[in-house]
Design a protein around this ligand. Structure first.
Ligand code: IMP
Ligand code: MG
Length: 180
């Protein structure tokens, strides 16, 4: 079904259905569980955008796991070095933990490539990235993304946790900006 939503006056059309998302997350959870069969993963969702994905990924995860959240603020408009500030989280002891970062979307890769060195100061045993969406053509900062839900074109998307200027996070499926 080709639904359309209008957010802040811009038209978005349905792009990834609830069913397609659910199925892919099941596959991602199984892949992660396979790789972490001998380890206890600590899922680390980056707030706010990944809260919906994280909730579904954890419920699809078939083995023991832990959870902690971080909230980052990235200065996206600023050229300089795109500093990332940790606003909430990382107050718990992550040393020796096998961390799986949970992201809604990797666009330029700036947020995560700035956050990884910060995370390393907590001395985890390992760090991997699970991102529901990746825009490969937009990637400017090289990142190893072990678990990718969907590789998508460089076009703005909204829903399933992702917002357009604060709105749209509650939409149960993912919509793509209609006009270019
Ligand atoms: P990056 O630092 O450029 O990789 O951007 C990552 C962050 O930008 C994501 O965690 C999102 O919060 C936001 N973002 C990037 N692309 C989109 C999009 O298409 N829709 C909504 N948010 C996006
Ligand atoms: Mg985000």
């Amino acid at each position: 079904m080709s639904k359309e939503v209008v957010i802040h006056g811009r038209a978005f059309e349905s792009f990834l259905s609830e069913e397609a998302i659910r199925r892919r997350i099941g596959e991602m959870a199984a892949m992660i569980a396979d790789d972490y069969a001998e380890r206890l993963p600590l899922f680390l969702p980056i707030l706010n955008g990944s809260f919906v994905f994280a909730a579904d990924l954890l419920r699809a995860y078939p083995a023991e796991c832990e959870l902690a959240f971080v909230k980052l603020s990235s200065y996206r408009g600023m050229r300089s070095s795109g500093r990332v500030e940790t606003l909430i989280g990382l107050d718990l002891d992550l040393s020796g933990k096998d961390i799986v970062i949970v992201e809604d979307i990797v666009d330029s890769g700036r947020t995560l490539s700035d956050f990884l060195p910060v995370l390393q100061t907590a001395r985890p045993a390992s760090v991997a990235i699970a991102s529901l969406l990746v825009k490969p053509d937009a990637l400017e900062f090289p990142l190893e993304i072990a678990y990718r839900g969907f590789e998508i074109p460089t076009r703005f998307v909204v829903g399933y946790g992702l917002d357009y200027d604060g709105l749209g996070r509650n939409l149960p499926e993912i919509y793509q900006l209609k006009e270019r």
